[in-house]
Structures are given as C-alpha cells and as structure tokens.
Design a protein around this ligand. Structure first.
Ligand SMILES: *Cc1c(COP(=O)(O)O)cnc(C)c1O
Length: 495
C-alpha cells in the first residue's frame, strides 16, 4: 500500500523529477510540433482501472512526466496561434510551482493573510498597468468567463436594487427581464454568464450596423430610450475574430446619459492600455462600471488566471458575500476575504505568478511585449497582402490577423472555380492535423477565415514567417486536390 504518510520523505525527490524534466521540455518547446497526433497512443497509459494499491510517488510522477511531455499540446510555445492563448513567462511559470509548493487557500484572510496581501498588491499593480482608478474593487478569477460572470452578477445586483429587490437574498422572482445591450462583437462567455445568472443566454439585444458586428450607436440609444430604466451595456475591447474594438467612450456616453451599467470585456484587448501607442483602442475604459481581463492570455501567466475590476467596490461583497455560516467570516469582519467578492470560495493563490511576472518584467517589459506582438501582427498582415494567394479580411488592430487563402483565378480567366469557404475550412482542419503551427478558423462577414492571435511571449518574426509559409503550402496543396477532384468549372454537365 502506498500511503502518502509513508512517502513524505519523497516529496523533494518528486519535485526534483519535475525540475529535471523542465529543462529538456522547455528547450524543445519552440521547435516541436504544436500537436503530434502520433503521441495520442500514449493516452492509453492514462487509463485502466482505479489502482488498488497505487504505484507510489516517484513512479506516478515519472509516468505523468513521460506521457505529458510527449502528448501535451505545445500551447505554451511560440507557434500556437489558435484561440487567444498565451504562454507562461519564466517568472510566472516558476512562481506557479511556488504556488503549488505553498498550497495556500486564498479565499479567506484567516487561512492565508499572505495570499490575501499578495492578491491586493497584484490587483493594485494591474489597475495601474491598465490605467484604472485605484478606487475600483477587484478580484482574481479563474478566467475571463468567470470575470464576466462576476461583473454581470454585480450589474444584475445593481439593476435589481433599482427595482427595490435584493437579488442576492431573494432571487429574480417578480423582476422583469434584465435588459442587456451589445454590439455584434459580444463574446459568447457573456452569454454563458447571463445563462448562469438566470438572465438568459439569448436575451442580449444586439445593436449592429453591419455584418461584421460593428456597434450601431443610434439603434442602441433608441433601445435605451425604449427600455426607459436601468440597463446593462456590454462593450467588447478586442473581438476574437477580427481583433476590433467597440468605441468605449461613445458607449460610456450612452451609459452616462441613460443611467446604464457599462461592462467592458477586455479579456485580451485590455492589454492595449499598457502601451501608450495602443491605449487609444481602449480610450474611456476608466469610465466603465466593470472591466474584465485575462491573465492566462496576454499576461502570459499559467492557467487559470483572470481578473475583474468594479467601480462600486461595495457591490461585489453584496453580490457574492454574506453566507451566514457561523464558521465563516461574517459581515463584521474587518479583513478582506476575496472569496466573498467573487463566485469562488476556496481557491488557489493565483496572485503569486502574477506577482512574480510583474515584479520580473515590470511595466516596460509588458509594454515591450505587447508592442512587439502588435508589430508581429502588422508584419503578418503585410505578408498576407504581399502574397497573391492570401487575402486580408480585416485591418489589424492589435494582435489578431483575420485572413483567408484565396486561389488565383482559374487559367481560363473565369471566376475562381473552387469553393473558397470549403477550401479554407479544409486548410484549417489540415493545419491542425499537420501540427507545425496551430490556428483556428471562423466565419467573418460570411466568409470562412483563418484568425491567428499573437500573444505568446516566445513568438518571434521567424514564427510569423513560418506561419504564413505553412498556410500557403497547405493551401496550395488542398487547392490542387480540390481542383483535381472537381475538375475545371464548366457550364456543361459532366459527361
Ligand atoms: C477569451 C475570451 C473570453 C473568455 O476567456 P476564458 O479565459 O476562456 O474564460 C471572454 N471574452 C473575450 C473577449 C475573450 O477573448
């Protein structure tokens, strides 16, 4: 029997195993396949029945390292451009190990004054980095989805208060539907948050003036006049398909005029605020009632790391606190209990990697990285525009490049004779199968598009050039296949 009590002396040796594996893994990370489907056979080694006796500490950790370092997706490497996924800076990664070493419970001050203090410090630093007033309330969350959930729960609490209801105590019964307005840029996680909050996933009134989803300010104003009461506006700072931004200042004007709550989802776009060159993209952010950001994206700290800032700090405690359990801190507690300011109760000390990375690289380090990524996105857009077989679909704002593979006209001079959407769908699937670079597809303005996001601290110009070359190579191959399969376009039926 492998009782952990009998193996307590093995703890340092187990950690040593991880430390020894780290060097070789990180050394190969930049050049390895982002995903190697051939390693999927290793998944078998994860399975089997629940061990009866247990293999013991070292054997178990050795097995996980062996399988993990071969079967893991290199999503923390420089050639993972899918979704919006950052890596882990050296300081953040090491501090994440420290977080596990110390294993702090950070929801309750009494359980770890140290973790609470660290969280207060990093939330202050983040407000400073993003140019948000220090008076904002804030809490670390596991993700931007949870940050949006936290923000919208606060908004819901504020709105119910205006209707004379304490929604935390009494729920939604008797209240009308929460009016929520957004442009077409609104991220699905906001819908998920509304769904969880009992406000309904499909209740958002989308005010868009075109098929890209750009906000229609006049339509939003008309809707606010019609609602004639408290409402919630969700602004998107960084839309995931094109990387575009809602005009936050204009939405803040509307919110001010009609007494609405302005929530800004800036999961990755908020980081523009850290660069004087890019800050204009989030102009007006300091007028928001709540703001979401994601640490595991552009801060490049390990998963799970998000944060939310709320103008009315007191509302967070009202929306999430007061469990009325005698063993927990009560309303009279003078200490900050972060578990009472958001949806989590017990939680890891996710402040520590944030602390370490901000201490290590500072404001100027982050500014340099964010501007470098913006330069790389612009560089990729130039490569796309220079290539006869690629087409840029949206101007680059920050770190997302929305483009597609576009075949040259058919030799006969007719229109393009392959289905370009189908072609790009197949290119997207083949890129993931191929594994040298990783990026996703979307449908932008009715067209299937590729949309790499550049937010990993390791990514360099060589990776960007490699990305473009791989897309062109795979694109040409699949185009040839499709032409071979379908033959040249013709009005005559196939004989
Ligand atoms: C990524 C993203 C989210 C969700 O973030 P998670 O960390 O995956 O929960 C929300 N909003 C925007 C704009 C995003 O880009």
């Amino acid at each position: 029997m492998a009782d952990p009590l009998h193996e307590r002396d093995l703890a340092p040796a187990a950690l040593d195993l991880v430390a020894k594996a780290a060097g070789p893994y990180l050394e190969t990370l930049p050049g390895r396949l982002v995903r190697d489907p051939a390693a999927d056979v290793l998944f078998d080694r994860l399975g089997g029945p629940l061990p009866e006796r247990g293999d013991g500490t070292l054997a178990s950790v050795e097995e996980l390292i062996e399988v993990g370092t071969r079967a893991a997706t290199a999503s923390s490497g420089p050639r993972f451009f899918h979704f919006v996924v950052g890596g882990a800076t050296p300081a953040a990664q090491a501090a994440d190990w420290v977080t596990s070493l110390l294993d702090q419970v950070s929801g309750i001050w009494a359980a770890s004054p140290f973790a609470t203090e660290a969280e207060t410090v990093v939330l202050g630093w983040l407000k400073d980095l993003f140019g948000l007033p220090d008076s904002y309330g804030a809490v670390l969350t596991p993700s931007a989805t949870f940050a949006n959930l936290t923000a919208l729960a606060c908004a819901r609490h504020w709105w119910a208060q205006q209707h004379g209801v304490d929604v935390a105590a009494d729920g939604l019964v008797g209240l009308p539907q929460l009016p929520v307005l957004a442009s077409g840029y609104v991220h699905p996680s906001n819908r998920k948050a509304l769904q969880i909050l009992g406000c309904g996933r499909d209740t958002i009134r989308v005010c868009a003036r075109d098929d890209a989803g750009r906000v229609d300010i006049d339509a939003m104003e008309r809707a606010l006049i019609e609602i004639d009461g408290p409402a919630v506006i969700i602004a998107s700072a960084g839309e995931v398909d094109s990387g575009d931004f809602d005009p936050i200042d204009a939405l803040a004007d509307l919110a001010e005029r009609y007494g609405a709550w302005l929530h800004v989802d800036g999961a990755f776009g908020l980081f523009a605020a850290a660069s004087p060159r890019l800050r204009h993209l989030v102009g007006g952010i300091e007028r928001a009632d709540s703001v979401t950001g994601d640490g595991h994206k552009w801060l490049n700290v390990p998963y799970e790391s998000g944060f939310v800032f709320v103008r009315d700090a007191a509302i967070m405690g009202r929306a999430f606190g007061a469990w009325n359990a005698p063993y927990l801190p009560g309303a009279g507690d003078t200490h900050l209990n972060y578990g009472a300011l958001g949806p989590e109760s017990s939680r890891r000390a996710r402040a520590l990697p944030i602390w370490a990375t901000l201490r290590a690289y500072g404001r100027s380090g982050y500014r340099a990285m964010i501007e470098r990524h913006n330069d790389l996105a612009l560089r990729l857009s130039v490569l796309v525009e220079e290539a006869a077989d690629l087409e840029l679909l949206a101007p680059v704002r920050l770190c997302v490049v929305c483009f597609r593979y576009c075949p040259r006209p058919a030799p006969t001079g007719q229109d393009i004779d392959v289905d370009v959407d189908e072609l790009n769908r197949r290119i997207g699937a083949e890129i993931l199968e191929d594994g040298r670079v990783y990026l996703g597809t979307t449908v932008y303005r009715g067209r299937v598009a590729l949309r790499p996001a550049i937010v990993n601290w390791r990514t360099t110009e060589a990776d960007i050039e490699f990305l473009a070359a791989v897309v062109r190579e795979i694109g040409a191959r699949i185009e040839a296949e499709m032409r071979g399969n379908t033959g040249p376009a013709t009005d005559r039926p196939v004989e």
